[in-house]
Design a protein around this ligand. Structure first.
Ligand SMILES: [Ca+2]
Ligand SMILES: [Ca+2]
Length: 524
């Protein structure tokens, strides 16, 4: 245990920079094209759920399959917020596909969340119903919370500019609030949405800041219950549900019927006002982008996919999950939605270029540490035909190595009426610790005599409420077998026999560990 503890401490140190202040920063550092787009085989539903689940490394089109949000040439910048922008910018125009990008494996559920962006409103449709184009997302309730709207303003029959609006959730004048100021188009502006969680139902607060500075203390607009009434109805109010139990998980670029022609860039999500002003340096996201090994990955608290540098070996494949092992540990990697990334990968392959997102405990599969494969990088097979070195552990510690290959010395086999290996589960124990050893169909150990004790090389395949389960793959995985006392001569190991042939009363006898047996196994 001490060894593991030290290992984890080392892993934590390598991740000290991962306590990111900016949990999302999108510069659209991509070539001209679409921001997100359905790929062959994708559906909007998959994209939506994938975005919800853990995918924060790319934008997903969760509604629509045409007129995708585009990447436009050139970046936006805003003094004091992102003084030098990076890459390009997003371009939205009228109705079309909506794109979501996730913040984290699980959303933010308390405190305050800030969504900020530089916008450049080019054209707002005249006399059109107001529409929103940027919002935070809450998958659990299917809500888009903290929406930024534009509303065209006509003066003397011609377009004079636009107002910015904010709503906590739903459309409609009863919930929307607008700036009194009318803004001129084609200007770089900074907008910040502040979502504040408040204990209780239907009482979370949403605020909008227009062109704030770090020193700004008052919002431009606030959606608080009963702050303003219009026609006797509370505006900006809380007749709508708050973010659900999964919290705020993503950012959406939305193209509705009356969405303005607008450029959006340098989008950040933070959990404090001060962090809104943390600028991206050198084009790099401020968070860690890599971990040294699997032990570090297991203890990581990161919002992004991280590159695993240790180039682990594939131990086995299980229900579409691949177990990877390096010298520090093993982890199951889930490739759902992206099976194309690990397509054709086999046991013994050493993989490079793996970007993984650690998964929280409630998403463990069979109680084993799990990571989600990110599509940020495409894994490559660096070499094939490798074998992994088992971790030498006790049965009590084996669970912590799931889903690794482990070597156990002298575990005891529970021998029932059936005294041979059969297909299924075979109980083993070592001191107080117990486990089931799975004997898979077709394994060449089936039919061999059960030993009283043996050394076992196995893979940890399950560690949940039903207990710890290990699996062997061949007879050769069970070595140093010690036959149960009182069995026939065929089960006795050479090393146990001190005198190989004794004749007593005219019978052939053997002596095993100082006890004399007949050739049929009866003790004398
Ligand atoms: Ca940019
Ligand atoms: Ca609340």
């Amino acid at each position: 245990m001490k060894k593991i503890y030290l290992l984890f401490c080392a892993a934590m140190m390598t991740l000290s920079a991962a306590q990111a202040k900016v949990i999302f920063h999108e510069s659209f550092d991509a070539p001209n094209g679409t921001v997100g787009e359905l790929r062959a085989g994708d559906t909007n539903t998959e994209a939506f759920f994938d975005g919800y689940s853990y995918e924060e490394t790319r934008w997903w089109t969760h509604l629509g399959s045409s007129n995708y949000v585009k990447v436009a040439e050139g970046t936006l910048s805003y003094p004091g917020y992102q003084t030098s922008g990076f890459g390009n910018k997003a371009y939205l125009w009228s109705t079309g596909a909506d794109d979501i990008r996730s913040l984290a494996s699980k959303g933010v559920t308390s405190g305050k969340v800030y969504l900020s962006a530089i916008i450049h409103v080019d054209v707002v449709k005249a006399n059109a119903t107001p529409d929103y184009f940027l919002t935070l997302c809450d998958h659990a309730n299917g809500y888009y919370l903290g929406r930024v709207y534009t509303k065209s303003v006509q003066e003397n029959g011609s377009w004079a500019g636009f107002r910015l609006g904010v709503a906590k959730a739903n459309d409609g004048d009863n919930y929307l609030r607008y700036t009194s100021e009318v803004f001129a188009p084609q200007t770089d502006m900074l907008v910040v949405i502040e979502y504040e969680f408040v204990a209780g139902e239907k009482n979370d607060i949403v605020r909008l800041y227009v062109n704030p500075t770090k020193e700004t203390t008052s919002p431009t607009l606030e959606c608080v219950q009963d702050t303003v009434t219009g026609g006797g109805v509370a505006r900006g109010a809380h007749t709508q549900a708050d973010a659900g139990s999964y919290g705020l998980f993503g950012v959406m670029l939305r193209q509705g019927t009356n969405t303005p022609k607008v450029y959006v860039d340098e989008i950040k999500v933070t959990t404090s006002w001060a962090d809104v002003w943390v600028e991206k340096q050198g084009g790099e996201v401020i968070e860690d982008t890599s971990v040294d090994n699997i032990a570090a990955l297991k203890t990581a608290t990161v919002y992004k996919g991280v590159l695993l540098k240790s180039q682990p070996v594939v131990v086995y494949e299980k229900n579409g999950n691949v177990a990877l092992q390096d010298s520090t540990g093993a982890i199951l990697v889930n490739d759902y939605m992206d099976s194309r990334l690990l397509n054709g990968v086999q046991a013994g392959d050493q993989l490079s270029n793996l970007t993984l997102i650690p998964v929280e405990s409630e998403h463990f599969i069979d109680g084993l540490h799990t990571a989600r494969l990110s599509s940020k990088t495409t894994p490559a097979v660096a070499s094939s035909g490798n074998s992994v070195t088992p971790f030498e552990v006790t049965l009590a510690d084996a669970a912590q190595y799931g889903p690794a290959c482990v070597q156990l010395k002298n575990v005891e086999f529970v021998i029932g009426a059936e005294k041979k290996f059969t297909v299924g589960l075979q109980a083993i124990q070592q001191g107080e610790a117990t486990a089931d050893l799975n004997i898979p169909n077709g394994c060449n150990i089936i039919g061999e005599d059960l030993p009283a004790k043996a050394s076992v090389k196995a893979i940890v395949v399950k560690n949940d409420e039903s207990g710890l389960r290990l699996q062997i793959s061949a007879s050769a995985d069970v070595t140093d077998r010690v036959a149960p006392s009182g069995t026939g001569m065929e089960n006795i190991q050479k090393s146990e026999v001190s005198v190989q042939k004794v004749i007593r009363d005219g019978q052939l006898m053997i002596i095993r560990n100082g006890v004399i047996y007949t050739a049929t196994g009866a003790e004398k």
